[in-house]
Design a binder for this molecule. Structure first.
Ligand SMILES: Cc1ncc(COP(=O)(O)O)c(C=O)c1O
Length: 461
């Protein structure tokens, strides 16, 4: 979006902001909802907290020296005609009247973008909502089996090994026409979107959602339409409104939401199906948390077999180093996805597929998955209870993290950083204004009280 009253060649407008960094002679300032221009600027994890400013400023057309992203410290308050502070220099922002200063004038050379922070040794790192490695099944036997599956080292681009297809089909939430193994859940989403959704179209997605899903969508250059959610999943009315913009796809988590910990109720899924009935939108179901969820898998595939793509990631239940997910859809859609894959991986390691199939057939794995689920629940509940005792109620949920409301994300992040606790700001998971932090609980086996004390301090300025 261009700044109000500004011409494309004018300088940035606003009250206060910071330069995030430099890429060659380019400055990185706010460029929300537009396609990242620099490799290091692609991921929400590596980039600084997004700016909420309505005065989004684009680089002067055709001038490669100035690609600006402005991160406001003060929220929504950029105003046309006010002074904008770039690094140490105040720049009067009379649109069109002020020549852009030279990049070298403005940027301390050592300044680099990003908001991950450099924490001291002993940091309590609650940023990664991944599985606890100690709770995952052992891989040695499974890998030995994987190394003996048929057709090893053939260049045949097979879609899925029969053992894996049989193992997942038993618990698949609908009768699917075709299956494909991919190199993890995000690889599946990335490949689907690149194969089937063109840049410039729009995609409806839950608000909030997983940071990487937003990364993939933003990188592809699609318009993101947020769909509001409650304690049962995406809201039908919000989806209906989103569908008025005729998105190419609705991408959602049909089982356990990886950020909020909400499980989609079966009645809500039915209602979403009713809303989707009147559209031809592609339905992409991303079951990223998989069998860490206590709820059974569910899908709209039984109702919309020809336009649903259902993805199950095995990373949280069997281990992220298997790099495996399985997707299903109609045969023509799977053909299209597979044909896009021939530009890159071509197929997914048959060794890893065989290993996963072996684990899925082994009752001991299911025993471990069940035990891990319980431990994740205890860790999540322990922090949620400790926060409730400190006056921060958290709705019930499951999974690997807590979505904690805060009054101000910057205040919360600074307060926690000062106590050497790393979490993610909610804005990384959202394209709308956000007042949350995402706190991983999957490995929080001790120091829960310490984390709760710090979060309570961080909650309200
Ligand atoms: C919503 C969602 N989708 C997909 C994934 C896929 O993970 P992976 O690529 O490790 O299989 C995740 C992992 O955190 C997730 O949260």
């Amino acid at each position: 979006m261009q700044a109000p009253n500004a011409t494309r060649s004018s300088w940035a407008i606003g009250t206060s902001g910071v330069i995030l960094g430099r890429h060659g002679r380019s400055l990185l300032v706010c460029r929300k909802n537009s396609r990242p221009q620099h490799p290091g600027d692609r991921s929400r994890n590596e980039r600084a907290d997004p700016c909420r400013c309505p005065a989004h400023w684009d680089a002067p057309a055709g001038d490669p020296r100035y690609r600006l992203r402005i991160a406001c410290q003060s929220g929504n308050d950029l105003r046309s005609g006010e002074t904008f502070r770039l690094g140490d220099k105040a720049v009067a922002a009379d649109p069109g009247a002020v020549a852009p200063p030279a990049a070298d004038d403005l940027l301390p050379p050592q300044f680099t973008p990003g908001s991950s922070g450099n924490y001291a040794a002993g940091v309590l790192d609650l940023t990664l909502a991944g599985p606890d490695a100690a709770l995952l099944p052992r891989l040695a036997e499974a890998m030995a089996y994987g190394a003996s599956v048929d057709d090893l080292n053939s260049y045949e681009r097979s879609r899925i090994v029969p053992e894996l297809k049989d193992a997942v089909s038993e618990r698949w939430p609908y009768e699917a026409e075709a299956f494909l193994a991919t190199n993890g859940g995000y690889n599946a989403v990335y490949t689907i979107l690149h194969a089937l959704v063109s840049s410039g179209s729009s995609v409806a997605i839950e608000h909030p959602t997983a940071m990487r899903l937003l990364d993939i969508l933003e990188d592809l250059g699609v318009k993101i339409i947020p769909v509001a959610c409650d304690g049962e999943g995406p809201l039908p009315d919000s989806l209906r409104e989103a569908l008025q913009q005729r998105p190419a796809a609705f991408l959602f988590q049909p089982r356990l939401h990886s950020v909020t910990g909400v499980t989609v109720s079966s009645s809500r899924l039915d209602q979403l199906g009713d809303v989707l009935e009147d559209s031809d939108t592609l339905i992409i179901e991303d079951d990223g948390v998989g069998d860490v969820s206590a709820a059974p898998p569910q899908s709209l595939g039984g109702r919309f077999a020809e336009r649903t793509i259902h993805i199950l990631s095995l990373s949280k239940s069997l281990g992220p180093d298997l790099r495996l997910a399985v997707l299903s859809s109609s045969a023509p859609i799977v053909d299209q996805i597979q044909s896009y894959r021939s530009f890159s991986a071509g197929w997914t390691s048959r060794i890893l597929q065989g290993a996963a199939a072996w684990l899925l057939r082994d009752p001991a794995s299911w025993q471990l998955i069940g035990e891990a689920r319980e431990i994740y629940q205890q860790r999540r509940d322990a922090l949620a209870d400790a926060l409730s005792e400190r006056g921060i109620p958290i709705p019930p949920g499951q999974g690997l993290c807590l979505w904690v409301p805060v009054v101000s994300e910057p205040f919360a992040m600074v307060t926690l950083a000062a106590r050497n606790i790393a979490v993610n700001p909610g804005s990384k998971f959202s394209v709308l204004p956000s007042s949350h932090i995402r706190v991983a609980t999957s490995t929080l086996s001790h120091r829960c009280e310490e984390a709760a004390d710090a979060i309570a301090l961080a909650h309200t300025p």
